[in-house]
Design a protein around this ligand. Structure first.
Ligand SMILES: *[C@@H]1O[C@H](CO)[C@@H](O)[C@H](O)[C@H]1NC(C)=O
Ligand SMILES: *[C@@H]1O[C@H](CO)[C@@H](O)[C@H](O)[C@H]1NC(C)=O
Ligand SMILES: [Zn+2]
Length: 497
């Protein structure tokens, strides 16, 4: 309790806080239930995991030679993912959300997966000792609930990589790999497969599809986008562009596959003469950037599945990576987060090369290809977020229509798959008014403020069962539900003109 008090007081310079006695513990002893929760974490799950695997395609990672693992899986063997949720705040206390996130950010070995003030959850990855420490510390001051989300990270991570049994080589020799979405979207794909797929698509649809080079990353990889335009070049400056980006956070693989899926489905429906899609494409251009963070994405395939930032060197030799999504110039803040933090924005605007390249590309193309609308795909939590991210104090322009559109996006998803996506202002979701660094310099605000009339973030599935480690069998279902919302979006943009 002392420690937490000191830290939060230090960070937020909050004087004399009194904790109501009623909060300090009650009828059932929190220490007892924390201990039993921690005991549960240590159960050996290997027997259970093996017996529960009835799908022959999925192996148990320990049955496979470590040299054949996609990455070192033992690095996750002592970690768990738990959710803190349904906390109760009182007026005279530092809000649980603020206090907890500040405490966590002080700890090198607790990692935040996702958090939402609006949905009231904080998901964190940590080992048993840290769980014991954190839960004990927090429960001395707050009433909140907690539960285990993932108890076998190595296996869950292992299952997100293509399984060797699928013999991806065989598929790639087959043309169906490209033209049959069933195959391409059967597993997640690494950067080489995705760029190879780009090339084949452009060869297949040379009249309407082209590769745009956005720039190079710190490690020298190209950032490539695909422009889908059924117009002659001479008309392109009259046609408004809808931009869809994914993968700004490396570990959010479902955002990458979904961006590709939307592109693929538009092409298919256009080719098959679907009237509504022909109308969208005759009136709008689309620009797809599925890999906003090629270095980070590559790193999740070769070293650390849960990497979030890019791979740029910072001033601290021990900590790499800038969070591209805090690097844009609209309400950028620096000096709050350390280079070791997953939210590190860099020292100055556009220090992340990916955000600089993107800004540069948009400048160069703003007359030839004016942008009208922007959707940035992330995971996870199933949410539709609208501007602003940096603060709730300022009203976005045309808020009534933004909200109507957000509800429409969510509803079209629900009608397609039954999945419910909650709608929030991005600042409410992140709690930017409590923790300003959470909402600063975002791609959403930058695009909305400077570049696109309409702008949204979609946080895709799921709502916490697998988090970033969504199994590949959901690639197509998520692709379908988001494609449905993109068609709604296009219809709205056209009726709006
Ligand atoms: C520990 O595990 C048992 C059996 O799975 C479960 O019933 C119990 O609720 C768990 N305890 C806690 C505190 O999570
Ligand atoms: C893009 O244009 C804006 C506005 O003119 C300018 O401030 C910015 O520096 C430009 N970005 C690049 C990368 O040239
Ligand atoms: Zn994200």
């Amino acid at each position: 309790m002392r420690l937490l008090f000191t830290l939060t007081a230090l960070v937020y310079n909050t004087a004399a806080i009194q904790y109501p006695l009623s909060f300090l513990s009650s009828n059932n002893d929190p220490a007892l239930s924390i201990n039993s929760f921690i005991d549960n974490l240590s159960q050996d799950l290997s027997d259970f995991e093996i017996s529960s695997l009835n799908d022959n395609d999925i192996a148990y990672y320990k049955q496979i030679e470590p040299s054949n693992w996609p990455i070192d899986l033992e690095q996750y063997s002592t970690d768990f993912v738990i959710r803190l949720f349904d906390w109760i705040d009182t007026d005279d206390d530092i809000p649980f959300y603020q206090s907890t996130l500040s405490l966590i950010k002080e700890q090198q070995n607790i990692k935040i997966w996702d958090s939402s003030l609006a949905s009231k959850f904080i998901d964190i990855q940590l080992n048993k000792d840290m769980a014991q420490y954190l839960l004990t510390e927090l429960s001395s001051q707050y009433k909140f609930n907690y539960k285990l989300l993932l108890n076998n990270l190595p296996q869950t991570i292992f299952e997100t990589y293509p399984q060797s049994q699928l013999s991806s080589l065989e598929e790639e020799e087959n043309d169906d790999f490209i033209t049959n979405s069933e195959l391409f979207f059967k597993t997640y794909r690494d950067i080489d497969s995705i760029y190879a797929w780009f090339d084949l698509l452009v060869n297949t649809y040379p009249d309407i599809l082209s590769i745009e080079y956005i720039g190079n990353t710190f490690e020298g990889r190209p950032m490539k986008a695909l422009r889908l335009s059924v117009h002659s070049d001479s008309k392109s400056n009259e046609i408004k562009t809808v931009v869809i980006t994914g993968g700004i956070h490396a570990r959010e693989w479902i955002s990458v596959s979904t961006t590709c899926y939307i592109l693929f489905q538009l092409l298919q429906d256009y080719e098959n003469g679907k009237v509504s899609v022909i109308r969208y494409l005759e009136n709008l251009d689309f620009l797809f950037l599925p890999l906003m963070n090629p270095d980070g994405y590559t790193y999740t395939w070769t070293n650390e599945r849960l990497w979030r930032k890019n791979k740029q060197q910072t001033f601290n030799p021990r900590c790499q990576g800038i969070d591209i999504d805090h690097s844009f110039d609209f309400h950028f803040t620096s000096g709050i987060e350390s280079p070791c933090s997953d939210d590190y924005p860099g020292e100055s605007v556009f220090e992340a090369l990916e955000s600089y390249n993107w800004d540069n590309y948009l400048n160069e193309t703003k007359h030839s290809h004016p942008i009208y609308a922007y959707i940035d795909l992330h995971s996870y939590a199933q949410e539709v977020l609208y501007p602003y991210a940096y603060s709730c104090d300022i009203l976005p322009r045309d808020e009534e229509n933004l909200l109507e559109l957000a509800y429409g996006l969510s509803q079209s998803i629900r009608l397609k798959s039954g999945k419910y996506y909650q709608i929030f202002k991005a600042c409410q979701d992140k709690g930017a008014d409590l923790l300003p660094s959470m909402g600063s310099g975002s791609a959403l605000d930058y695009m909305y403020h400077n570049k696109a009339y309409w702008a949204f973030v979609l946080k895709l599935r799921d709502s916490g069962t697998h988090g970033f480690l969504l199994p590949s069998k959901y690639i197509t279902p998520v692709g379908k539900e988001i494609y449905s919302s993109i068609k709604y979006f296009a219809a709205f943009l056209l009726s709006d003109k």
